[in-house]
Design a protein around this ligand. Structure first.
Ligand code: ADP
Ligand code: MG
Length: 358
C-alpha cells in the first residue's frame, strides 16, 4: 500500500499541452477512478504515474518518494491494460509467473504467489491453458493475476473492462471491487464510463481537456456537482439544464425560465434577483400534476419498472427534457404535461461561468 501524490503535474507532447497543472492526493489503500471523455488525458496521466511517460512539469510521489526519474520497474506498481497484453505462446501459469521470474524470484515463492492469485481469481483449473483457449473474461482475469502476483503498492488499470460485453463487464466490476476489499492496495482506475467510476471507486476524479473538474466521493459529485460539466457527466440519463433568470416568487427565491414557467428554489438559497442562471434537474425529480412546468410529450419509453419520457418545453430553444418516473405510465406524443419539481432536487449554476451557486 502507498499514497500517491500529484503536485502541479503537466504534460506536453511537443507543442501540444495535454495535461495542465494536475494536483491530487490519493490516500493509501483508496480506490480512485479517473473518468472523463475520450482524449481528456486519463491514460497519459496513468502512464506518467506508471513511469511510461516523462513528466513535463510538476512532481509525482509514490509513498512520499519523488519518482519523476525512477524507472517504471522500480516504482512498485503493476498496470493492467485494456488490451491485456498476454504472451500468446505462454500458458496462464507462465504468463502470471513471468514478471516474478525476470526479477529472479525464487521458484517456491513464484509457485506460491501464482497459486494464491489463481485461487483468488478462480483460475486454478485453467493454469495450463494458453490465452487463445480462454474467453474474454478469463483473459481479463489472467491480466489481473499477472498484476496481483507482484503484490505492488499501487495497481494501475487502464479501461480493463472495455473489451468485454455488457453482462461480463458488470460481473467483473464487482469482482475487481471485491478484490480491492480483499487486497487493500491502492488502486487507480481509468475509465470513460461514469457508471463504472461511481460504482467502484471511493474517490472519483472527473477530468476534461487535460484538467481536473472535480474530485470527491461518488455521491458528493452526484449531489453537489461543482459545475454544469460534472453535473451532466455524472448520472444517467444526464441532468437537464434549463436557462432563466432569478426572481422572487411568493416571497421565496425562484427562477423564471425563458419560456415563462417558474421553478421555485430551496428557501435557503440566497441569490440576487435578475441573475442569469442555469437550473439543473435530474430526470427523477419530476412528478405529474400541480401548476408547475408545462411540457409536451415527444416520445415515451416504457422500460418495464420505469417510464422515460422525452418532452418539449414552451421555450423551444431549450433542449428537450428527459423525465424518469418509477412507474408505468400512459403518455402519447403530443400530450400536454404539467410537472411539479421536487424543490430539494434543484441545482443552480451561473449561466455564464457554469459554476455551482450555493
Ligand atoms: P484518454 O485516455 O483520456 O482518452 P489520452 O491520455 O490517451 O486520453 O490522450 C490525451 C491527449 O493526448 C489526446 O489528445 C491524444 O491525442 C494526445 N496524445 C496521447 N499520446 C500522445 C503522443 N504520444 N503524442 C502526441 N499526442 C498524444
Ligand atoms: Mg485512454
Amino acid at each position: 500500500m502507498a499514497c500517491v501524490d500529484l503536485e502541479s503535474v503537466s504534460k506536453n507532447f511537443g507543442a501540444v499541452s495535454v495535461l495542465r497543472d494536475i494536483s491530487l492526493s490519493i490516500e493509501s489503500g483508496k480506490f480512485v477512478a479517473l473518468v472523463g471523455p475520450s482524449g481528456c488525458g486519463k491514460s497519459t496521466l496513468l502512464r506518467m504515474i506508471a513511469g511510461l511517460e516523462d513528466v513535463s512539469a510538476g512532481t509525482i510521489k509514490i509513498a512520499d518518494r519523488r519518482v519523476n526519474d525512477v524507472p517504471s520497474k522500480d516504482r512498485d506498481i503493476s498496470m493492467v491494460f485494456q488490451s491485456y497484453a498476454l504472451y500468446p505462446h505462454m500458458s496462464v501459469k507462465e504468463n502470471m509467473a513471468f514478471s516474478l521470474k525476470i526479477r529472479s524470484t525464487p521458484t517456491p515463492i513464484v509457485e506460491e504467489r501464482v497459486a494464491k492469485a489463481a485461487e483468488i481469481l478462480e483460475l486454478t483449473g485453467l493454469l495450463d491453458r494458453h490465452p487463445r483457449q480462454l474467453s474474454g473474461g478469463q483473459r481479463q482475469r489472467v491480466a489481473m493475476g499477472r498484476a496481483i502476483v507482484r503484490d505492488p503498492a499501487v495497481f494501475l488499470f487502464d479501461e480493463p473492462l472495455s473489451n468485454l460485453d455488457a453482462t461480463l463487464r458488470v460481473q467483473m466490476r464487482a469482482e475487481i471491487k471485491e478484490l480491492h476489499h480483499r487486497l487493500g492496495n491502492t488502486m487507480i482506475y481509468v475509465t470513460h464510463d461514469q457508471v463504472e467510476a461511481l460504482s467502484m471507486a471511493d474517490i472519483v476524479v472527473v477530468m476534461r481537456g487535460g484538467k481536473i473538474e472535480q474530485a470527491g466521493p461518488p455521491l458528493k459529485l452526484y449531489d453537489e456537482p461543482a459545475n454544469i460539466f460534472v453535473a451532466q457527466f455524472i448520472g444517467s440519463p444526464a441532468m437537464n439544464i434549463l436557462y432563466g433568470e432569478t426572481v422572487v416568487e411568493d416571497g421565496g427565491p425562484a427562477v423564471r425560465l425563458k419560456g415563462g414557467d417558474v421553478i421555485a428554489l430551496p428557501r435557503h438559497v440566497k441569490v440576487a434577483p435578475n441573475k442569469q442562471v442555469a437550473v439543473g434537474l435530474r430526470p427523477n425529480v419530476f412528478s405529474l400534476g400541480g401548476d408547475g412546468l408545462r411540457a409536451q410529450v415527444v416520445v415515451t419509453e416504457a422500460l418495464g419498472a420505469e417510464t422515460q419520457i422525452v418532452a418539449r418545453l414552451r421555450d423551444t430553444s431549450a433542449k428537450p427534457l428527459i423525465l424518469q418516473f418509477n412507474q408505468r405510465m400512459q403518455a402519447s406524443p403530443g400530450d400536454d404535461l404539467r410537472l411539479t419539481v421536487d424543490t430539494d432536487g434543484v441545482h443552480l449554476f451561473d449561466a455564464e461561468t457554469h459554476m455551482r451557486i450555493q
